[in-house]
Write a protein that binds this ligand. Structure first.
Ligand SMILES: [Fe+2]
Length: 188
């Protein structure tokens, strides 16, 4: 799916600035990871943008409503296919649905959805309020402090990193790099 189409589709269902920023952050970080791994960066970026499309309107039916919305919007937007829908649903594995992340994209999405939230929170408590001078070791320290950004699930991040077959420090370093490259777009 083309990113411009994904943006039009997201704008139909998400109006709040915080969720919009989270969706854009996830999109840009997935784009970065796709390039790192030699995958289809436009497709990964579109999935990242759309992964929480139902969350503003239907927080209690997260992922279930995404499936319905995306199926219904197939008639209006080109590029919505079963691969995209499956990827969107899989980020709610064990939490909101039973679609297990299996593809590389799904595994990275599962890890970075929560991790970008933690990194953002780490940046916001710095004097600079930026990822530009944020180091992985400081994120790891906060990762081990459960009370800090407690809504960012360490279990989900750990599971995602394990699925990616990488170690936590490496995934954090790369994700910080992705956020630094897009710092002005995501306001961090
Ligand atoms: Fe998300």
């Amino acid at each position: 799916m083309k990113f411009d189409d994904a943006q039009l589709l997201l704008d139909k269902y998400v109006k709040g600035e915080t969720l919009k920023r989270h969706c854009l952050t996830t999109a840009l970080v997935l784009e970065f990871w796709a390039k790192e791994l030699g995958e289809d960066s436009q497709f990964w970026k579109s999935v990242g943008l759309l992964h929480d499309i139902d969350f503003e309107l239907y927080p209690d039916q997260h992922c279930i409503k995404s499936k319905e919305i995306l199926e219904a919007e197939k008639a209006n937007f080109s590029g919505i296919d079963d691969v995209l829908i499956r990827a969107v649903l899989s980020h709610g594995w064990k939490l909101a649905c039973d679609v297990e992340p299996l593809s590389k994209m799904e595994k990275v999405l599962y890890a970075v959805d929560e991790l970008t939230g933690l990194i953002f929170a780490c940046a916001m408590v710095r004097p600079s309020k930026s990822v530009k001078d944020l180091e992985a070791k400081s994120v790891i320290k906060k990762f081990k402090t459960p009370a800090f950004a407690a809504n960012c699930s360490r279990d989900v991040i750990n599971e995602g990193v394990k699925m990616m077959g990488m170690d936590l420090k490496e995934v954090i370093e790369k994700t910080i790099e992705a956020m630094r490259l897009n710092a002005s777009a995501i306001g961090v």
